[in-house]
Design a protein around this ligand. Structure first.
Ligand code: ASP
Ligand code: MG
Length: 412
């Protein structure tokens, strides 16, 4: 029997009315003789609301208790969807991450999945049930505590379940129609990408595109999955197919500059970033640098720029993470002695041009830089083969994204 994993994000299940529509769509899928595992997020902005409640009680709530609190959001949705499906005469069962055997490490707030047992899901499926799994959560076999997978982690739950259970399809239903060449709110001419390779999706997600959880992209690419990102408001519309290796439709068009032209898939941006400089001794720098990356990871972040030259570290991180790092370094938690940190360029946006082949096409890089300069003041930039990062003021970000999109995507 064909088997699909469908994931519905917060907006898609944001009200009772929306949950009814999701139930209709799941029921229609089931009526085609397909086995379904549904992964759900918390309703609407429920996760933010729960965090706000905790923060109203404490400036620094325990990460364990936060996970207990936040996992309740997805639990509400899964039970409501199950009730709605039963009402349609369908056999179904809802399961928490822990009941599903989603085993993680013990890092509360950003736990990594170690493995998925999935026994109860398989049991449910073989008994003819639609199985609804609470996204964004698991359990640590070491501490026996409930954990969460990082903000937006239901994508990761869905992709990981599809990989382990051997689903033929994985569909992620969202409040957007797919992956766009830029945020359509910033660039009205941005278009939906029909298909995209995983490396590009992964870079895009790390560079700030909120459409998919970055760690979900890694798991999907590692297990060779094909995933479709679709709109829950228009569930019958084709979305964006993200697949192991094919280049996107943009990439396949051989334009005026020939076959070896660098490919540009999309432009994205991360705002409220800053530059953090730490002066360490040559000997201590390596260990401290590793400690910084670990602490950032603990908070669900990775630096956009990450360099070390003769004991001097330079990272571009969010302003929020910079404060955490500054404090940790000042108290000596990350090195042999307390270190002082220099924070500069607050209010910077890291604009990311995601593509492939930039290193073999300096003319294309020059064209991108010219387009960025035309719309703003470039504060710093960095190029790798698949990502060009350009730092500009937050206030100039929208214009720079648009200018880059016009030059590198619309005009090509
Ligand atoms: N509800 C969680 C969040 O808002 C997980 C998710 O939506 O995927 O981060
Ligand atoms: Mg959510």
């Amino acid at each position: 029997m064909e088997f699909v994993v469908q994931k519905y994000g917060g907006t898609s299940v944001g009200s009772i009315e929306r949950i009814k529509l999701v139930a209709d769509h799941v029921a229609a899928t089931r009526a085609q003789g397909v086995n379904v595992v549904v992964v759900v997020s918390a309703m609407g902005e429920q996760t933010d609301a729960l965090i706000a409640m905790a923060q109203a009680l404490s400036a620094d709530p325990s990460r364990r208790e936060l996970d207990m609190l936040l996992t309740s959001g997805e639990r509400v949705t899964m039970a409501l969807l199950s009730i709605a499906l039963s009402e349609r005469g369908l056999k179904c069962v809802s399961l928490t991450g822990s009941q599903s055997g989603i085993l993680t490490d013990e890092n509360h707030g950003n736990a990594r999945i170690q493995k998925i047992l999935g026994d109860r899901i398989r049991q449910g499926l073989s008994g003819g049930s639609i199985v609804i799994v609470a996204g964004f959560q698991g359990v640590s076999p070491k501490t026996k505590e409930v954990t969460t997978l990082g903000r937006g982690g239901s994508d990761l739950s869905a992709v990981a379940l599809a990989a382990v259970l051997g689903a033929g399809r994985c569909e992620l239903y969202k409040d957007v129609e797919g992956v766009f060449t830029a945020d359509p709110r910033l660039v009205p001419g941005a278009r939906k990408i029909a298909s995209l390779p995983w490396y590009a999706m992964s870079e895009l997600a790390w560079a700030g595109a909120g459409v998919l959880h970055a760690r979900a992209a890694h798991v999907a690419s590692r297990f060779g999955l094909t995933v479709e990102i679709r709109s829950s408001f228009k569930p019958h519309l084709r979305g964006t197919v993200v697949e192991p290796s094919t280049e996107s439709d943009v990439a396949m068009s051989i334009d005026k500059n020939g076959m070896e032209q660098a490919i540009v898939h999309a432009i994205t941006c991360k705002q409220h970033m800053c530059l953090l400089d730490v002066e360490a001794s040559q000997d201590a720098a390596g260990k401290m640098h590793a400690g910084i990356l670990e602490l950032l990871w603990h908070h669900g972040e990775a630096p956009v720029i990450n360099q070390q030259v003769s004991g001097r570290l330079r990272l571009m991180v969010s302003e929020k993470a910079a404060q955490v790092l500054k404090e940790a370094l000042a108290t000596g938690r990350l090195g042999e002695k307390p270190m002082s940190v220099n924070l500069t360029l607050a209010g910077t946006a890291a604009v990311g041009v995601i593509g492939n082949g930039f290193l073999q096409n300096p003319e294309q890089v020059a064209e991108a830089m010219a387009a960025a300069q035309k719309a703003g003041h470039v504060l710093l930039w960095d190029v790798r083969n698949q990502v060009l990062t350009i730092g500009v003021k937050d206030s100039e970000a929208a214009a720079v994204v648009k200018s880059l999109h016009d030059a590198l995507i619309t005009d090509h």
